[in-house]
Design a protein around this ligand. Structure first.
Ligand SMILES: NC(=O)C1=CN([C@@H]2O[C@H](COP(=O)(O)OP(=O)(O)OC[C@H]3O[C@@H](n4cnc5c(N)ncnc54)[C@H](OP(=O)(O)O)[C@@H]3O)[C@@H](O)[C@H]2O)C=CC1
Ligand SMILES: O=C(O)C1=N[C@H](C(=O)O)C[C@H](O)C1
Length: 255
């Protein structure tokens, strides 16, 4: 919002603009010559700001409790959405599909992780999953994170489980017969997912795979929230030509 006018620039709004990721996205949009930051909305502001500012695409990094209402508003007003906020299960995705059915020209991109390394690490884990007897996921985040496990870990576990099922690989061996509740983590489609919350961290994940005489660790670290910006900007540039629901940035990267 520096007053420079580029008539061809995509008009971008940010929801959760004062949040940790929202601030990084606002800075990245402002630095991009082909994008114009036209609205910054946070708690207490009105979603109508996106209408009055004629935003074409809105980026949402808010909270799982409010993101569905935001999407309802944006789709209803014909505004494309790029969503990083977590908390999307199948029921929520179906609801978004229903909303889009009434506005077929609108595009919504929902991605559990916009960092290129995280996207690749999920792919690597998916590819490796069928070759190892055992697999567990450990995600490590800053202590202000609202949800556990992370959306990325949840999706990683789903992809691993799908790959193992398709290859006919059985469950990871585990002889545990007594345990303190929670000691073995959450069970996502048969894959154990462990959540660490630690001051000083940003967003990190390890996929541990093990089989006879060897282990493989696939680790990704977002050491700064700017890691999410290139993927988000790619989504902002592309979503106008991708009506309907797009899940993950993989198709935008030709993965
Ligand atoms: N897909 C991805 O690549 C990534 C996804 N995320 C996800 O993004 C989300 C946000 O993360 P993060 O930035 O760390 O969280 P923050 O809490 O730092 O930021 C969220 C912001 O949204 C604001 N907010 C809350 N409710 C509303 C509302 N109804 N309308 C407008 N603004 C609102 C918050 O205000 P207040 O502080 O007053 O509550 C806050 O400023 C999380 O779900 C997180 O998991 C995070 C990183 C990467
Ligand atoms: O809350 C965060 O910080 C992050 N949330 C996303 C998730 O839940 O996977 C993406 C990344 O891990 C950072």
């Amino acid at each position: 919002m520096d007053g420079t006018v580029n008539a061809a620039a995509v008009r971008v709004g940010v929801l959760g603009a004062k949040g940790k990721v929202g601030q990084a996205i606002c800075a990245a949009v402002e630095a991009a010559a082909d994008l114009e930051l036209v609205a910054e909305v946070d708690r207490g502001d009105s979603l109508e700001d996106f209408v009055t500012s004629r935003a074409e695409v809105v980026v949402d990094f808010t909270h799982p409790d409010v993101v569905m209402g935001n999407l309802e508003f944006l789709i209803d007003h014909g505004i494309h959405a790029v969503v990083g906020t977590t908390g999307f299960d199948e029921a929520r995705l179906d609801r978004v599909r229903d909303l889009l059915a009434g506005k077929p020209e609108v595009g919504v991109l929902i991605a559990p992780n916009f960092a290129i390394g995280a996207v690749l690490s999920m792919r690597f884990a998916q590819a490796a999953a069928r070759f190892f007897e055992s697999v567990e996921v450990i995600e490590l985040h800053h202590p202000n994170k609202a949800d556990a496990p992370s959306g990325t870990a949840y999706r990683t576990a789903e992809l691993i489980a799908e790959a193992r099922a398709a290859a006919g690989v059985g469950p990871s061996p585990d002889a545990t017969s007594t345990e303190l509740e929670g000691a073995r983590g959450a069970n996502v489609d048969g894959v154990r997912v462990h959540s660490v919350r630690l001051a000083g961290l940003v967003a990190h994940q390890e996929v541990l795979l093990g089989t006879q005489g060897e282990t493989l660790t696939i680790r990704h670290d977002s050491i700064d929230r700017s890691s999410f910006a290139p993927g988000v900007l790619l989504g902002v540039r592309e979503i106008g030509s991708r009506p309907g629901l797009t899940l993950g940035i993989d198709p935008l990267l030709d993965l």
